[in-house]
Design a protein around this ligand. Sequence first.
Ligand code: SF4
Length: 166
Amino acid sequence: MSISPLKEARRAPGSEWLKNHPRFLEQTYLISKRFIAKTYPWMQKLSPRIANKLMVRSEEVLKGWAFNCQMCGQCILHSTGMTCPMNCPKNLRNGPCGGVRHNGNCEVMPDMPCVWVQAWERSQHMTVYVNDIQTLQPPVNRSLQGTSSWANMLDGKDMQTPKGWG
Ligand code: SF4
């Protein structure tokens, strides 16, 4: 069976090691969240356009390397053991499908570990967000695709229900 290079989780050098240290990533997340919350309003005052570009580009580069971020615009990494759920070929946001193989690999891509098996195992090494993996996630809002999840979190856009979903 051929595997789509577009969908398979990219294993960037160093990123697997990083993802296997979720407690370290959790602390990094807490620090960066505080830092961004302080600096983003200032950046916006100077230039909303540049602030937005900077946020999007930073996420593309940093989270792209570390997590193979797909820029969904509603980051839930801290709830998924710092494993990006959008790397699941089915884009599942609330746990695995019923097709996880006996070896813990994906049913769609047999050579790839199931994103949700990794998410569960990694989440159990976290301290602050250890139980967040049990939080039920809303459907992904595709209109936020390509935008900065950091900005969306600070603007509250990632928590808004799109029109018509009522
Ligand atoms: S922003 Fe979305 S696609 Fe990117 S790492 Fe977070 S959950 Fe994954």
